[in-house]
Ligand binder design. Structure first.
Ligand code: PLP
Length: 451
């Protein structure tokens, strides 16, 4: 390799990074990751870094699995590309769709492939509107989502998302997308109990449907557990009430499983953990453990029957890409054969939960919550009041993230919340290392704030 400084200079000269302030990046230089194995990244300086984010919540199986490389090479030699348009198909897409129908809950038996989670959510926007139009109800086009949600970066999926700082750039949201409040008790629950607050926030869906008009609302979309919004685990009352409302008003429920899917919450899908009956699930990330770009929408028998009764004028060059599909299938085989989801439920999550929740004793931490292998810490200046730092612009979160990095730990910050989502194959010993490094980073951050 070239020296790090040279790589950084070339990077700064020609590479535009997602979700990154270019000036800040150029001033500091990007960290160059060169290799990875298991849960550990190696950078160009030789540092060994524990990746408690599994990349971007995606490397569920861990890094460096030779089987996936071999399957990719074999598939590239045999059939590197073919499409699934115009009545053609190929074996990897057939096999993967059948496997997903087997794994997905309820009657979610049909898969429309995409290249990413953003693309899959764009598919969902068009699919639910087309569904209602084909059922003779073309006015049902409004999709209700939540503030602070992340559903992707394309114009469609970014509109579904509820991040106003994203909407401010590039003309989002598109028409007929409506956002209700999120069930974020810690930040917004006031004097209510979590249970009361969960119900109140779920009932905002009913209020929105009545306000917009039942005949206009097509679908509600949400993550079973909101990830990029800050790992917001809803109160127990929330999802049963949302499901009741969707059933009552015949609103399609779209569960965005891009993060929660494929074992993250300790079952195969967040919908199973939360007891939901979605009509559509968005999948990506853990589907291939990030080894290949692939996503999709898994839809119910009913939705597939209606959409399939005509031509759905939608699709991507890489829908069901044979190499991505073959790699995803091999990833699912490993998850099943090595009983990785059981490992999360029975070994990793219980071990992590005890230690993670104990971090709430730290002077900087107001709340430590975790479900399966996705967790968050709310950083606060006053432990007992759920107070925010004056800026709430994530200044403290950023300091803490940098302290984590300096201690060879990748943790992410969302405002002043620290979040984790490690590879699902993480061992108890690696969890102990994660906790030790996180504690040290919190101590250092706390000391820095006092200075
Ligand atoms: N939906 C959720 C819940 C996500 O977290 C993400 C990405 O982080 C997406 C959709 C978008 O997926 P992609 O980045 O593959 O387009």
């Amino acid at each position: 390799h070239m020296p790090t400084a040279e790589l950084q200079a070339l990077d700064a000269a020609h590479h535009m990074h997602p979700f990154t302030n270019g000036d800040e990046l150029n001033a500091k230089g990007a960290r160059v990751i060169t290799r990875a194995k298991g849960v550990t990244l190696t950078d160009s300086e030789g540092n060994q870094i524990l990746d408690a984010m599994a990349g971007l919540w995606c490397v569920n199986i861990g890094y460096g699995r030779e089987e996936l490389a071999e399957v990719a090479a074999r598939q590239m030699r045999e059939l590197p590309y073919y499409n699934t348009f115009f009545q053609t198909t190929h074996v990897p897409a057939i096999a993967l769709a059948n496997k997903l129908a087997e794994l997905a809950p309820g009657d979610l038996n049909h898969v429309f492939f995409a290249g990413s989670g953003s693309e899959a959510n764009d598919t969902n926007i068009r699919m639910v509107r087309t569904y209602w139009a084909m059922k003779g109800k073309p006015t049902k086009s409004v999709i209700i989502s939540r503030k602070n949600a992340y559903h992707g970066s394309s114009v469609g999926s970014g509109s579904l998302g509820g991040m106003t700082y994203m909407h401010a750039q590039g003309g989002m949201p598109i028409p007929d997308i409506h956002h209700i409040n999120q069930p974020h008790w810690y930040a917004e629950g006031g004097d209510m109990t979590p249970e009361e607050f969960g119900l109140a926030r779920a009932r905002e869906l009913e209020e929105a449907i009545l306000e917009l008009g039942e005949d206009r609302v097509a679908a509600f979309i949400a993550e079973p557990v909101q990830g990029a919004g800050g790992v917001i685990i809803p109160p127990e009352t929330y999802w049963p009430e949302i499901q009741r409302i969707c059933d009552k008003y015949e609103i399609l429920l779209i569960a965005d499983e891009v993060i929660c899917g494929f074992g993250r919450t300790g079952t195969w899908f967040g919908s199973i953990t939360m007891g939901l009956r979605p009509d559509i699930m968005t999948i990506a990330k853990g589907l291939s453990s990030g080894y290949q770009p692939i996503g999709g929408s898994i839809v119910s028998d009913e939705v597939a029957a209606v959409i399939g009764s005509g031509e759905f004028n939608h699709g991507y060059t890489y829908s069901g890409h044979p190499v991505a599909a073959a790699v995803a299938l091999e990833n699912l085989r490993i998850l099943e054969e090595e009983r990785v989801v059981d490992h999360v439920r029975d070994v990793a999550a219980p071990h992590l939960k005890a230690k993670w929740e104990a971090l709430s004793d730290h002077p900087l931490v107001g709340e430590a919550r975790i479900i399966g292998l996705m967790g968050s810490l709310a950083l606060t200046p006053h432990k007992d009041s759920r107070a925010k730092f004056a800026s709430d612009a994530g200044t403290v979160g950023l300091i803490c993230r940098e302290r984590c990095f300096a201690n060879n730990l990748v943790m992410r910050h969302v405002g002043d919340r620290m979040i984790i989502s490690p590879p699902l194959v993480i061992t108890p010993e690696e969890i102990d290392t994660l906790i030790a490094r996180a504690t040290k980073a919190l101590d250092e951050c706390h000391a820095e704030l006092k200075e």
